[in-house]
Design a protein around this ligand. Structure first.
Ligand SMILES: Nc1nc2c(ncn2[C@@H]2O[C@H](COP(=O)(O)OP(=O)(O)OP(=O)(O)O)[C@@H](O)[C@H]2O)c(=O)[nH]1
Ligand SMILES: [Mg+2]
Ligand SMILES: [Zn+2]
Length: 308
């Protein structure tokens, strides 16, 4: 039988088959491509299983080819990666101006990752009740719209804990799709998920007042079915997202505003840093590339450099 992994706890996987949830495990060694992974199977994977004779459980025989996945470096094991989730239609990044603060640099890293995985991304500003009406908040929101909307990213503004009817804003966006929810710890991922899927009852927790840092209430990814069809995947808060082994001459491909001008630089291997005849630098000066985005480009470029 075929099912979709909705949760993994140690060596057991919860697999959804039609409306049923079956506990399944892997038997023996499992051959993966060339990836060094801490988890052979991730939430969102489609698997083939055999029922265990005389038991309610099953054994996973094969993973169906992944359409895509999001991955990050393992925090526990050097040179290993961890698949956060697979077979996604889109990724939603929850961001907050405060409690905790999400920087534009972080947003850009996230978007480079999703661009490199070819997964459409949506930005959702949460906790609008805290700063939607303040001067500082208005300025921050204005910048956010100015930078990201021209690039084609949609921006939604919500207060997950306060808004009465979030289904109205999200149904059209999420119906029938598999959507990953990501963002720093404490931005309200589980709060939003609980509003959209009340029976999920994911635990949520106040952001620590002292550090304004989340405390990682959600500790593993889990997939939940939306009432109108489609799935939402709640994930633990992240400090850093993705960005694995992007070649330096590849990085600009994941900035949509740069992509448009690639191939127009004087040198074919232009890094768009200080080379003469660089079209990206020219567009930056003309105001067609936002300085904040270009800054992120340089930061990621130099950071990836230091890993080489
Ligand atoms: N003021 C305000 N607080 C909110 C809002 N949404 C969520 N919160 C609060 O923010 C805190 C953190 O929310 P969670 O949903 O646990 O955050 P999370 O992103 O799931 O965090 P992790 O599981 O640690 O990654 C909780 O105290 C929520 O009640 C909002 O719109 N406004
Ligand atoms: Mg959570
Ligand atoms: Zn260039």
């Amino acid at each position: 039988m075929k099912g979709r992994v909705i949760k993994s706890t140690g060596s057991w996987y919860s697999v959804r088959v039609d409306e049923q949830i079956i506990q399944a495990r892997l038997k023996g060694k499992f051959k993966q491509d060339d990836l060094k992974l801490t988890n052979p199977i991730s939430v969102g994977d489609w698997v083939e299983m055999d029922a265990e004779v005389g038991q309610p459980t099953a054994v996973i025989r094969a993973i169906l080819p992944r359409e895509n996945y999001v991955i990050r470096k393992s925090t526990r094991k050097q040179h290993f990666s961890h698949i956060i989730a697979s077979n996604l239609d889109q990724a939603m990044l929850l961001i907050t101006m405060e409690q905790p603060r999400t920087s534009f640099g972080f947003i850009d890293r996230f978007l480079v990752s999703t661009e490199s995985f070819r997964i459409p991304a949506i930005l959702v500003v949460n906790k609008m009740d805290l700063y939607g009406e303040t001067e500082k908040g208005k300025k921050w929101l204005k910048d956010l719209h100015e930078i990201y909307e021209p690039l084609g990213y949609s921006i939604l503004e919500i207060s997950a804990s306060e808004d009465e009817d979030l289904s109205a804003s999200f149904r059209a966006l999420l119906e029938g799709k598999s959507t990953l929810i990501s963002g720093h710890s404490g931005v309200g991922k589980s709060t939003l998920l609980n509003k959209l899927i009340p029976k999920a009852s994911q635990p949520t927790q106040q952001v620590s007042k002292f550090s304004s840092k989340g405390v990682h209430t959600t500790t593993f990814a889990e997939l939940f079915e939306l009432p109108w069809g489609g799935d939402l995947i709640d994930t633990p808060g992240i400090k850093e997202f993705g960005i694995l082994d992007i070649e330096e001459n590849e990085l600009s491909h994941y900035f949509p505003e740069m992509r448009a001008f690639l191939g127009q630089c004087k040198f074919h291997n232009c890094r768009h840093v200080n080379e003469p005849g660089c079209m990206v630098r020219q567009k930056l000066e003309e105001g067609l590339i936002h300085p904040s985005r270009y800054m992120s480009y340089l930061n990621i470029l130099h950071e990836e450099d230091s890993h080489r």
